[in-house]
Design a protein around this ligand. Sequence first.
Ligand code: B16
Ligand code: MG
Length: 219
Amino acid sequence: MAPIKGFLFDLDGVIVDTAKFHFKAWQKLAAELGIHFDEADNEKLKGVSRKESLEKILEWGHTSLDAERFEAMMAKKNDWYLDFVKEMSADEALPGAKDFLAASLALKLRVGLGSASKNAELILNLLQIHDSFECIIDGTKITRSKPDPQVFSMGAEFLGIEPQSIVVFEDSQAGIEAARAGGFRSVGIGDPKILADAEIVISGLHQFSPTEIINKLNF
Ligand code: B16
Ligand code: MG
């Protein structure tokens, strides 16, 4: 087995719970469009880009929008989302996330971010952990969404490490699929039933240290 040299972290659901803000904003938008939108629908949008999320919501509502209205609705959702995000304080990182990042860096592991979000840099700055990441591959840099492995492959390229030596930490099914498709090691964060394709599934970054994760993957 190749030695593990780096970690690539997803943002929403791994480092911070911004899914609750995405949910509130999409629900408000869906209501305005007369479309039902619940927590189960929101689950299907995890790791999915903003554009594809709106496409799915419109599909579920059996409706469509012209290009101009589509853009306006995406902008509206993002404004509402950012209103929630801007209220976040630096201590809103998920339990254990900051310590896990610090411990990874102390072990001299290479650390990067692989997120579908176009707001990733802003969120990392708000949480005061921007500097923990050697590379930030986000929604502003990619052309293909998860489950395409592009976001993680770009991270691996930037770090100069082979995918089989990098562990991807992901909370979404699409993200785990992307990690596997790109040849990465994978750790799912959340429900083992939803993340059945991950090599191991943990409840959060508070549960194990980086060394314990590496030992589990090498076992
Ligand atoms: P934005 P991740 C993803 O973040 C979210 O899980 C997904 O729900 C969201 O639609 C997507 O980012 C795009 O976010 O509207 O901020 O560009 O899990 O890939 O970190
Ligand atoms: Mg996520």
